[in-house]
Design a protein around this ligand. Structure first.
Ligand code: UDP
Ligand code: MG
Length: 314
């Protein structure tokens, strides 16, 4: 059952092994929210943490039962699914998302709220002076270019999770049935009037990044398959082009055989061409597999995430 919005603000925070950040994070978010003088809630989604985040969250929830709700997953379903669960349980007219590692300063939340109050239905943060490794920043730049090329989605900083949405966009996201969702892109496609603001960015307070190269790559495949058919179309076009060239080549070889006679030279050139083509075919199969895998996942229609336990004031 969908909860009816009753309060002004929901802050949704995904948590995966963040035990050393939770206390400080809660204090800072609560300080900012208390300053708003409106009803608010903070929803933590524990994405199957294996450290003490489970206990820490329960203690914090008991201490601030009026403001904190905790959803515990029974496994690791990924940051975006955690945020999705937060949306589902949120009751606020405005929903703000935030990372648990304090890389997004909670003190920037009012900036986002101001944009929503102006009438925008979603607001994305742009991290100025981003405090991440050189590699991560470079990878993000590349990502941004590829995403724009593939999906046409105009977003300055897709990786920034300090974002705000109004109730309408949140409801649309919740009702869209996708298990490999990339939240900022999904919100963008569902918003009528999105905007962006610059926000601060800090180093991780404690713990380490939960994303390795593999996970980042998977996330990008989610983005690509979820929002674009261009990779498949490119393969159709490239395939057509190569077939045409091969056809001309066959005609040429046939004529040559009639006029000059058979030839056996150039064997290795042929191998090179063949390997190149096999490479392209394998890549095409892989890309097709990415799409089919997701169709398969969706058609099995298993739950997107499994909740073990919810802690909130009765
Ligand atoms: N996170 C999550 N599930 C995961 C990975 C990450 O809920 O499988 C959370 C994590 O606890 C943090 C946020 O998503 O609140 C962003 O993760 P992280 O800081 O590791 O990403 P980075 O800043 O390195 O992009
Ligand atoms: Mg982080």
């Amino acid at each position: 059952m969908k909860p009816t919005p009753k309060i002004y603000l929901s802050v949704v925070i995904p948590v995966y092994n963040e035990q050393d950040n939770l206390k400080n994070l809660t204090a800072r978010v609560m300080k900012v929210c208390d300053g708003l003088h409106h009803a608010y809630e903070i929803i933590f989604i524990n994405d199957g943490s294996r450290d003490n985040s489970y206990e820490m969250l329960n203690i914090l929830q008991e201490k601030h039962a009026k403001h904190i709700r905790v959803v515990h997953f029974n496994g690791n379903f990924g940051q975006h699914m955690a945020v999705m669960a937060g949306f589902e349980y949120s009751r606020g007219e405005i929903v703000v998302t935030l990372d648990a590692d304090l890389q997004n300063p909670p003190e920037e939340i009012p900036k986002l709220l101001a944009e929503i109050e102006k009438g925008h239905d979603s607001v994305g943060g742009i991290r100025i002076d981003r405090q991440d490794s050189y590699f991560r920043k470079w990878a993000s730049k590349l990502n941004n270019k590829i995403r724009y090329f593939l999906t046409g989605i105009k977003m300055t900083d897709q990786g920034c999770m300090l974002r705000a949405y109004n109730r309408k966009v949140v409801d649309l996201m919740v009702s869209s049935y996708e298990r490999a969702a990339f939240i900022p892109a999904l919100a963008y496609t569902l918003s009528a009037n999105p905007t962006e603001v610059e926000v601060d960015h800090s180093d991780r307070e404690a713990g380490t990044s939960k994303y390795n190269l593999y996970k980042l790559l998977r996330l990008n495949f989610d983005l690509m398959t979820g929002f674009s058919l261009l990779p498949l179309q490119i393969f159709t076009l490239v395939g057509m082009l190569i077939s045409m060239c091969s056809f001309l080549f066959v005609i040429y070889m046939f004529m040559r055989r009639i006029i000059v006679g058979p030839e056996a030279d150039g064997l290795f050139t042929l191998f090179a061409i063949l390997y190149f083509l096999i490479g392209i075919v394998l890549m095409g199969l892989g890309i097709m597999g990415e799409y089919i895998g997701r169709i398969h996942q969706n058609s099995r229609s298993r739950p997107k995430f499994i909740i073990q336990d919810i802690r909130e004031a009765k």
